[in-house]
Write a protein that binds this ligand. Structure first.
Ligand code: SF4
Ligand code: SF4
Length: 114
């Protein structure tokens, strides 16, 4: 899932589950729920690297505005980037293009044919 503002090359070179979906022109899973992403097995040191402005008031996940993670930059379906890509939560790292969550998020934003 999404992609760094400063290191899109890193993002593009990742070993995705599917090459059929371009996360940099999507962003659907980063704008799917006000309750996502939540933190899970991150260490305190890892969480400390996430700028506080993007962390939810309960400190349990990323801060969202409506359903959209505040670390998501850009326009859904056109060009998007994760402003904290290098330090993003574990659930963001494990969500893969083409998996069930990806397809559900894309269908919600772009329709069933997405
Ligand atoms: S919904 Fe799928 S294709 Fe879109 S950014 Fe997330 S993982 Fe990538
Ligand atoms: S932290 Fe980055 S990858 Fe995770 S939901 Fe927010 S914008 Fe997307």
């Amino acid at each position: 899932m999404t992609h760094s503002v400063s290191s899109s090359q890193d993002f593009a070179s990742q070993d995705f589950a599917s090459q059929d979906f371009d996360c940099q022109s999507c962003g659907a899973c980063c704008a799917y729920s006000a309750d996502w992403p939540r933190f899970s097995l991150e260490t305190d040191e890892e969480l400390d690297r996430i700028p506080a402005e993007y962390v939810a008031a309960d400190l349990g996940g990323m801060r969202c505005e409506n359903d959209r993670c505040t670390a998501l930059d850009g326009t859904l379906g056109r060009f998007v980037a994760c402003k904290i890509y290098a330090v993003r939560p574990i659930v963001c790292r494990t969500c893969m293009p083409g998996d069930d969550e990806c397809l559900i998020a894309r269908a919600r934003h772009f329709g069933a044919a997405a």
